[in-house]
Design a binder for this molecule. Sequence first.
Ligand SMILES: [Zn+2]
Ligand SMILES: [Zn+2]
Length: 201
Amino acid sequence: MTRNDEHLEKLKAAEDWKARKILIALCADAEISNKAAKYLDDMNRRSNTLETLHPKRKRSPSPELSICVQCEKVYSKAANTEMLCQYHNGELEPDYGSRVWADHDQRCHGTINSDYCRKEYPDGFTWTCCDQTGTGNGCRLSRHQSDPSKNKRLELDEEASEVSASEEFEEDDETEESDDDGQEEQDREREEGHRVKRRKM
Ligand SMILES: [Zn+2]
Ligand SMILES: [Zn+2]
């Protein structure tokens, strides 16, 4: 178990009020607070939609919505059976030859190889997994994943990822309420993490 896994286990077991205090303290970082506020807006939007669709449905005791660590979208756990998660599993590297940087003076416009520039000028970067620019759609498909320790996006190197995607049998956080279609589940797992192109052939 890595250090990060240990931290995750601890955080998952933390009481809600503690988790909330930690979140608020983390929001001292503007980047994190923007992200957290966006996740909340997305979740509110999704839960309003769910209530409109099923006004009479009893509230599920465990929250129905999760946030995907691969594509950063809010999704419904119950509906997470299809390969709707599209993501890259490489690094976003600067393309210094790109026209985007023609008039970019790093002394006044900021270092190119930075999180800031990745976000502001995605066209000036290239994904190592598929050679697309930073605005290109994800080159891998899987189901959404809310557990950071099972984040397929962090499985770098395409060959390794395909092997591990076919060998591993992961359990989702909704395992408790899952049904008995183990074989189907396994088949689905085998497909996960494959290249988008391969699946279109
Ligand atoms: Zn890619
Ligand atoms: Zn996703």
